[in-house]
Ligand binder design. Structure first.
Ligand SMILES: [Mg+2]
Length: 264
């Protein structure tokens, strides 16, 4: 019960008016319940509807900020192509629909992928996800091999640290472009319409969201970190993501009331 209360309390204490927010949302563990594999997550229909309503209510000042690629996000949230930062900010789709991608050395990433693929192929349960500008090594199904995988990544990266770095997330290690992080992505959005001049709010659940939290605080905004792991409540399992979804669903009407055009 503690976790559910904590998330609800923090979320409902965010300053109003809501209509002036720029809302940044991590995806896995924040909007969506964590699944055993990256492809195992589901997007509830109501969440799609909520995000569309919020896009309208916030004049487009809402973006996903995720470790997933834009392609993956589009598949998950279809038919919507949401404004988003993918691969921890290495690629962005701006509010006007145009895309920005970090330049990387794909040949170097291929080399790392080959080398590390050979290693992780010997570890049952490790899932490699090549996202184009970054590579994720999920070990949720092989949690005891965490340290061994980490050591191997450090070795493989070796002297290539000018271009890539290792990012540690929830049951995942990733090789990401050195200059990409969620904070830089949020700061880029905040310099552009329709985000500029608004109060940034970032909701995330993971250590990889820390850069984003720091950025919104720097911009006089608010950071909310929810817990990733579901907890058992009696016969029910609840996740922080379900609390976030429930809270988000209340926002479109609240914005409409603020604007005094609540017709009923
Ligand atoms: Mg997350």
């Amino acid at each position: 019960m503690e976790m559910r209360k904590a998330a609800e309390t923090v979320l409902s204490s965010l300053p109003r008016p809501i209509g002036t927010w720029a809302l940044f949302l991590d995806v896995d563990g924040t909007l969506l319940d964590i699944a055993p594999t990256p492809d195992g997550v589901g997007v509830p229909t109501e969440l799609r509807q909520t995000l569309s309503a919020l896009h309208h209510g916030l004049n487009g000042a809402i973006a996903l900020v995720s470790g997933r690629s834009l392609d993956q996000l589009d598949r998950l949230f279809a038919p919507n192509s949401l404004t988003a930062a993918g691969q921890h900010g290495a690629e962005m789709r701006l509010a006007n629909g145009s895309q920005v991608r970090t330049e990387i050395s794909r040949s170097l990433l291929d080399q790392l992928r080959g080398q590390l693929g050979n290693f992780t192929a010997r570890i049952p349960g490790v899932i490699i996800e090549d996202k184009g500008l970054s590579i994720a090594f999920h070990y949720r199904l092989a949690p005891r091999r965490s340290a061994a995988i980490h050591r191997q990544l450090i070795d493989a990266l070796g002297r290539q640290r000018a271009e890539f770095r290792i990012l540690r997330g929830n049951m995942v290690y990733e090789i990401v472009p050195k200059l990409a992080d969620k904070g830089t992505a949020i700061e880029s959005f905040m310099k552009m319409d329709p985000f500029i001049g608004r109060t940034p709010i970032f909701i995330g659940d993971d250590v990889t969201d820390e850069d984003g939290f720091a950025s919104v605080r720097k911009l006089q905004g608010y950071a909310v970190r929810v817990q990733s792991e579901p907890v058992q409540l009696g016969s029910k399992i609840v996740s922080a993501a379900s609390v976030v979804r429930g809270w988000l669903a209340t926002l479109p009407d609240a914005i409409a009331r603020e604007q005094g055009n609540f017709t009923n």
